[in-house]
Design a protein around this ligand. Structure first.
Ligand SMILES: [Zn+2]
Length: 212
């Protein structure tokens, strides 16, 4: 493991430790939800809302579970038996649910990821798992894109990685400009994908290609 990856893992670790040290109790979290319900204009003591703070706290544990999972979770296994295979591996249509860090409302979409393996590949489910780890945090789509590409680049040391994310942001659909159906697309490329526009074109056309 090289220095960059080590420092990446260290910073993930210290982020987790820092947030663990400051982590409020479940009672405090539930009290905060009651405050927000009252702020919205409802009565947190009415029957239908009595258990809501408890449910919200529990939902948060799942929706933000990415803070308690580091990329090391997916580092443990790569496969060396890839024969002469040296073309791109594309995993497309990885669905994700995330929350924008500006409004804490969902943005949902799909991630499409490709890489050129060098000697080793990673299980395809691990690629989807990386997306989940970073999506289940407060995010911007741009940061999500760059975190995914950085960790794949560092883990697999491939000849190149391409990440394309398309998502709809509820903060745009439900509030503010209220534009439904608008999707935001972000891309990032490393290695041969960055250096060779032809490979970007191949990646894009594979995303549009045969669908079963
Ligand atoms: Zn937002």
């Amino acid at each position: 493991m090289d220095a960059v990856l080590k420092s990446l893992m260290r910073s993930a670790q210290s982020e987790m430790e820092a947030s663990a040290a400051r982590r409020p109790s479940r009672e405090e979290a539930e009290a905060a939800v009651r405050t927000l319900i009252a702020w919205a204009g409802d009565d947190p003591a009415r029957e239908g809302l009595l258990d809501t703070p408890k449910r919200v706290a529990r939902a948060y544990e799942e929706l933000y579970s990415g803070y308690r999972a580091g990329p090391e979770a997916i580092l443990d296994r790569t496969f060396g038996e890839i024969g002469n295979f040296d073309d791109m591996v594309v995993v497309r249509d990885i669905e994700f649910h995330s929350h924008c860090e500006h409004h804490m409302v969902p943005f949902v979409g799909k991630a499409h990821i490709a890489y050129f393996p060098v000697e080793r590949v990673v299980g395809l489910s691990k690629i989807a798992r990386i997306v989940d780890i970073y999506a289940r945090r407060l995010q911007t789509q741009e940061h999500l894109t760059s975190q995914i590409i950085t960790v794949i680049d560092e883990i697999l040391k491939p000849r190149g990685v391409a990440v394309l994310i398309e998502a709809e942001h509820m903060c745009m659909a439900m509030r503010g400009v209220r534009k439904q159906g608008a999707s935001t697309v972000t891309t990032q490329f490393t290695g041969v994908f960055r250096d060779d526009p032809q490979e970007q074109v191949r990646f894009m056309s594979l995303l549009r290609g045969v669908r079963s």
